[in-house]
Design a protein around this ligand. Sequence first.
Ligand code: ZN
Length: 397
Amino acid sequence: MVASTVWGVSQTQQTGPVFSGRSSAVRAGEVVLSLVASGLVGMRGWAGVRQLQQPYHQSLQLGLDRLAALCVRVGRDAPVGVQDLVGTWCAGRAVDAWPLELDPDAQVRGERLLIGGEPSEFCLEWAVAARDVVSEVHESSLVKHIKDTAALLGRPELYARWRLFVTERAVLGPDAFLAAKNAVLEVPQWATWMEESYGPVPVELTVRGRVAVCGRCEQWIAPRSDGSVRCRVWRCGRQHDLPGPVWMDAEGARRLEPELVRFVALPGHPEVDLAQQLAARGARVVLYPKLDALDLVASWPDGYSVGVDVKDWHSPYLLARRIKTFPRWGDGDPHAYRKGYLVVPHDRLRGNRDYLKILVRHSAALRAQPHVEVVSDRDLVGSCPDLGPVGEVVCGP
Ligand SMILES: [Zn+2]
């Protein structure tokens, strides 16, 4: 492994502020940002700034009230209503122009909450930070139900299999949907999971009876008002040679539910990519072992093994709060691994020189686990053995 491209947490001795140590002014600023962001994300039937008629998400109103109070305190003009907050502040102004006191490591400069009438990636992450939506999704309804049922059946690999399936398939034609429902006949619940993961394709998602699927991230794309389609996912948006969309017949088709796209399929993409790259170097890669205790464990025939959590976040400041404790499994455990890695996709690091510094500075979990290394996906793959025939990606031991 090349020392200069590996960031061992133990080498970094900063003891910067952690979540609970923030000043009350910073906390107040973060609460406003989180409330407004989750209000924007939570608005149902979002049809862009111009058609803002739906009942506003409650947190948008709460965010407005608190922001207005802060404005009054510092003698600035406050937003005059939700419409003004959304149309002028969220769509038109970068957050650094708001009168909020925020930690410099939050890197809000030039960041807007709405871009082209849609919540930005910055907005999505602050919404998650506010309501703990990831764990909400995980702990609530479908994801939790699938986890619990898989555990109850003694078949934790079914949870991993479901996760892998929805990550790779955003739209299913009628035949593919039927096949998906019948894929695990001995577990009748599986068909129900598929029914609840995939809903009918709504008409506003279609252009002349077809639905577009991004050629890179493989998620469905909502067309713009002029009927054009361009994927808004951050990584797709910045790719110059983005492949064109694949068009699928919408008749009788099903599409992955939006919250599963956002919180399961999109984060799952870099996880599955990494699994495939490690398998290409001869590893046997187990995805989501022990009901998601880690994203993957890769083992090579010579005994080398790694346990990996992949975190694909724009903001290292917000990611720092979500790093978990890596499980330690004994030698006899089928998922035992020698070394733990927190992997950040290389393009996140390339776009932000301070990424790792901020991440380590704000993560108590990383400081408490000096044996866990933070690396880019490329560096991890480059540091692993490349042995013999191509391995495999599997969902169980
Ligand atoms: Zn895409």
